[in-house]
Design a protein around this ligand. Structure first.
Ligand SMILES: [Zn+2]
Length: 259
């Protein structure tokens, strides 16, 4: 499986890096995990087939994770895509995105390809093509919800990470977390080949302290602040101190990697 890190910045604007987006490619399919990076420009620049991505995951409503969805759809429309796009995420997130696309004049009858909406629930497995997807809920927006949910009942405060199983291997995408302990549902079930993990909402040490408890073979750090850009070795040192024995990689924008 190949992962292309389209953007590795966190929610702060970075002068050099884009917001969240990881394009997963296998021989059978393609899956974009969040759409905060300018995916449309990347796909055009790299002359990637217009039927890519086949699947899209939207973890939550922060715009560094979904702000480029309408640009992507507009681009796929104008590049005359025909294959369906399968969009997965919390059900209220999908409703909001669907509504936003209408507001952006991207009507289903106009764009020339169907968008199939797949609302998911934490802990429930979904089979799609060669993948088994099992979402898990994170606490990323729990504190915000406690302050604002009452005043904004129509806003979605869910955030879902993802356990992705492919050809007998397990891969985990953290989405955004309040704390790495929330990865437990995805990490507890056996060997994890690769954990694609954010590193901005908790101290670096907490991540490695937590993952050291599980058989995680590699951690691919993304969604991190600018001050970490040149500190990969330091992260590895922290991981060793916390007795994490897997590989640690700090990812950079547009880097394609076998995971
Ligand atoms: Zn967020």
């Amino acid at each position: 499986m190949r992962a292309i890190f389209l953007g590795t910045a966190d929610g702060h604007t970075s002068a050099r890096r884009e917001h969240s987006g990881i394009l997963i490619q296998t021989e059978e399919t393609s899956f974009l995990l969040d759409c905060g990076a300018a995916a449309a420009r990347y796909l055009l620049h790299k002359k990637v087939d217009v039927e890519v991505p086949e699947m899209l995951w939207i973890s939550h409503m922060h715009s560094d994770h979904n702000g480029q969805v309408s640009s992507l759809i507009q681009s796929l429309w104008l590049r005359t895509r025909r294959a369906p796009l399968h969009v997965f995420g919390p059900s209220e997130v999908l409703l909001a995105i669907k509504d936003w696309l209408e507001k952006c004049l991207l009507f289903p009858e106009l764009i020339g390809f169907p968008i199939e909406w797949h609302p998911v629930k934490p802990g429930k497995a979904y089979l799609h093509g060669p993948f088994k997807l099992t979402p898990f809920a994170t606490q990323h927006l729990t504190s915000l919800a406690s302050h604002f949910k009452r005043a904004y009942p129509n806003t979605c405060f869910d955030c879902y990470g993802l356990l992705l199983e492919y050809k007998g291997k397990r891969y985990v995408y953290s989405a955004d977390l309040a704390h790495p302990v929330e990865l437990l549902p995805a990490l507890k079930g056996g060997k994890v080949t690769a954990l694609l993990c954010e590193l901005t909402h908790f101290p670096e040490r907490e991540l490695f302290k937590e993952v050291a408890k599980y058989p995680v073979q590699s951690v691919w750090v993304t969604h991190y602040p600018d001050h970490l850009v040149k500190r990969e070795e330091e992260l590895r040192q922290i991981a060793r101190e916390e007795k994490f024995r897997g590989e640690v990689h700090l990812m950079h924008d547009k880097v394609a990697q076998e995971i």
